[in-house]
Design a binder for this molecule. Structure first.
Ligand code: HEC
Ligand code: HEC
Ligand code: HEC
Ligand code: HEC
Ligand code: HEC
Ligand code: HEC
Length: 345
C-alpha cells in the first residue's frame, strides 16, 4: 500500500479513537436518555411531582396559618400581590438530583420526609421586598430597616402570617365600661394620679387620655400580679372586673393630647434614638394601637423607671423587654427626656 494511504488510514483510526474516548469520558451518562432531541422527556419532567405545591396543599394540615394568611395584606390577588407560603418557607417538594428526573415518584415531599425551613433571620427575608430602595415603586410598602427595626427581628412585632397585625397587641374589650359610673369610683386615685388624671410629678403616672384597652389590661395585670407594684397591687386587688372597665372608660375620656405629628417631630424622634419607638408610641407619644400605652403626659422619672423595670424583666412584656435590654443608661435618659417633652394639652 502507498505510504500516504497508510497515513490516511492511521489518521482516521486516531480520530475514531479520540471520538470514542470523548464520547466515553466527556459526555454525561444520561445523554442518550435525555437529550434535547427527546421530546418525550419534556412530558415526563412535566408529569413529575411539582417542587412548589401551592397554598391549597398547605391548607389541609395548616388551616390556622392559611386562614390567617389568606385574610392578610400578603394575599391580595386583586392587586396581583400574593406572597405565598413557599416564598418564605421554601419549596415543599424536592427532586432527587441523582436520579436525573428518571421517575415521577422520586424526590421528597413535606411532611413525609422533607422538613420545611422556618425562617429565623427575618430581617434578611423581609428586607428582600420591604427595604427602601431608590428604584422600588412607591406603591410597595417600604421601610428603612435600620431605623424601623434596629437589630430586632421583624417577627418580634409583626405576625409573619398577617403582617398588618402585631404580636402582643390587644383586642378592644367587648363590653366597654361606663365612664359616668367610673367617675364615682376614682376619688382615691387622684392623690397619686393628679386631679383630672394628670400627674405632674406625683408618684402615679398620668392616666388622662390613656388608651382604654391598655388601662383595662394593665389594671387586670396589677390585680392578677403579673404587673407588680406595692402601691397599686392592693388597690387593684379590691377592684371588680366591672370597676376596672368603668374606671378605664372614665380616665380614657379625659383630655390629654399632644400636638399633631409633624415631620419635625419625626426627625427629633430619630435624633433621640426613638426611631423604633415611634412605630408603636408615635413620634408625639400617641400610640398607633389602642392596646399600647400613650406616653403623652408621663414624667421623665416614670419613663426611666419603667424602662429599667422592662430591662430587668420585673415588668414582663415581650416587645418592651427586648427593646429595653439593649439600652444603656444614656439611651434611657435621652429617650425619657424626649417623650417627657410631650405634656398634656
Ligand atoms: C399532610 C399534612 C401537611 C401538609 C399538606 C403540609 N404540612 Fe407542614 N407540617 C406538617 C406536620 C405534621 C408538621 C410537623 C412536622 C414536625 O414537627 O417535624 C409540619 C411542619 C411544618 C412547618 C414547621 C417545620 C418545623 O420544623 O417545625 C412548616 C414551616 C410547615 N409545616 C409549612 C408547610 C407549608 C408551607 C405547607 C404547604 C406548602 C405545608 N407545611 C403542608 C404537615 C403538613
Ligand atoms: C412572609 C413570610 C411568610 C409567609 C408568606 C408564610 N410564613 Fe409561615 N412562618 C414565617 C416565619 C418567619 C415563621 C417563624 C415564626 C416565628 O418565628 O414566630 C413561620 C412559621 C410557620 C410555621 C411554624 C410555626 C408554628 O407556629 O408552629 C408554620 C407551620 C407555617 N409558618 C406555615 C405557613 C403556611 C401554611 C403559610 C402559607 C399560608 C405560611 N407559613 C406563610 C414566615 C412566613
Ligand atoms: C419594634 C416593632 C417592629 C419591628 C421590629 C418591625 N416593625 Fe414594621 N411596623 C411596626 C409598626 C407598629 C408598624 C405600623 C406603623 C404605623 O402604623 O404607623 C409597622 C409598619 C411596617 C410596614 C408598613 C409601613 C407603611 O408605610 O405602611 C412595613 C412594610 C413593615 N413594618 C415592615 C417591617 C419589616 C420588614 C421588619 C423587619 C426588618 C419590621 N417591620 C420590623 C413595628 C415593627
Ligand atoms: C416576596 C415579597 C415579600 C416578602 C418576602 C415580604 N413581604 Fe410584606 N408585603 C409584600 C407585598 C406585595 C405587600 C402588599 C403591599 C401593598 O399592598 O401595598 C406587603 C405588605 C406588608 C406590610 C403592610 C401591612 C399593612 O397593613 O399595610 C407589612 C407590615 C409587611 N408586608 C411585613 C412583612 C414582613 C414582616 C415580612 C417578613 C416576615 C414580609 N413582609 C415579607 C411583599 C413581601
Ligand atoms: C398611693 C399612690 C397611688 C394610688 C392611691 C393609686 N395609684 Fe395607680 N399608680 C401608682 C404608682 C406609683 C404607679 C406606677 C407603678 C408601676 O410602675 O407599675 C401607678 C400605676 C397605675 C396605672 C398604670 C398606668 C400606666 O401608664 O401603666 C394605672 C392604670 C393606675 N395606677 C390606676 C389607678 C387607679 C384607677 C387608682 C384608684 C383606684 C390608683 N391607680 C390609685 C400609685 C397610686
Ligand atoms: C411593638 C411596639 C412597641 C415598641 C416598638 C415600643 N413599645 Fe413601649 N410599650 C409597648 C407596649 C405594648 C407597652 C405596654 C406593655 C405592658 O403592658 O407592660 C409599652 C410600654 C411602654 C412604657 C410604659 C408606659 C406606661 O404607661 O407604663 C414606656 C415608658 C415605653 N413603652 C417606652 C418605649 C420606648 C422608649 C420605646 C423605644 C425604645 C418603646 N417603648 C418601643 C409597645 C412598644
Amino acid at each position: 500500500m502507498p505510504k500516504h494511504a497508510v497515513r490516511l488510514v492511521l489518521l482516521l483510526v486516531i480520530f475514531g479513537a479520540l471520538a470514542v474516548a470523548a464520547r466515553y469520558f466527556l459526555v454525561d451518562k444520561s445523554y442518550y436518555k435525555y437529550g434535547y432531541y427527546r421530546g418525550d422527556a419534556v412530558m415526563e419532567i412535566a408529569q413529575d411531582k411539582p417542587r412548589y405545591q401551592g397554598t391549597a396543599y398547605c391548607e389541609s394540615c395548616h388551616s390556622d396559618k392559611v386562614s390567617e394568611w389568606s385574610k392578610s395584606v400578603h394575599n391580595n390577588p386583586d392587586a396581583g400581590k400574593v406572597v405565598k407560603c413557599e416564598v418564605c418557607h421554601g419549596p415543599a417538594g424536592s427532586r432527587d438530583p441523582q436520579q436525573h428526573y428518571m421517575h415521577a415518584a422520586t424526590g421528597r415531599v413535606h411532611p413525609d420526609d422533607l422538613k420545611m425551613a422556618i425562617p429565623t433571620d427575618t430581617q434578611a427575608l423581609c428586607k428582600l421586598c420591604h427595604e427602601q430602595t431608590a428604584g422600588r415603586p412607591s406603591q410597595q410598602r417600604q421601610i428603612v430597616v435600620k431605623d424601623h427595626a434596629g437589630a430586632l427581628q421583624c417577627t418580634l412585632c409583626h405576625n409573619p402570617h398577617s403582617p398588618g397585625t402585631f404580636v402582643g397587641s390587644l383586642a378592644a374589650p367587648e363590653h366597654r365600661g361606663d365612664a359616668e359610673a367610673g367617675k364615682g369610683k376614682i376619688a382615691t386615685c387622684l392623690d397619686c394620679h393628679g386631679a383630672n388624671g394628670i400627674s405632674a410629678g406625683l408618684p402615679g403616672p398620668t392616666l388622662a387620655g390613656q388608651n382604654q384597652t391598655y388601662l383595662i389590661a394593665t389594671l387586670t395585670e396589677y390585680k392578677t400580679g403579673k404587673r407588680n407594684d406595692p402601691m397599686m397591687a392592693p388597690i387593684a386587688a379590691a377592684m371588680s372586673d366591672a370597676d376596672i372597665k368603668d374606671i378605664a372608660a372614665y380616665f380614657s375620656s379625659l383630655k390629654c393630647k399632644s400636638a399633631a405629628n409633624t415631620a419635625e417631630q419625626t426627625a427629633a424622634a430619630h435624633e433621640a434614638g426613638a426611631s423604633v419607638c415611634v412605630n408603636c408610641h408615635g413620634a408625639n407619644g400617641s400610640s398607633a394601637d389602642r392596646g399600647w400605652p400613650n406616653l403623652v403626659g408621663q414624667s421623665k422619672d416614670y419613663i426611666v423607671g419603667t424602662l429599667k423595670a422592662y430591662a430587668g424583666g420585673q415588668r414582663p412584656n415581650t416587645a418592651m423587654n427586648a427593646l429595653a435590654k439593649g439600652m444603656n443608661d444614656a439611651d434611657v435618659e435621652k429617650l425619657a427626656a424626649y417623650y417627657a417633652g410631650y405634656s398634656c394639652k
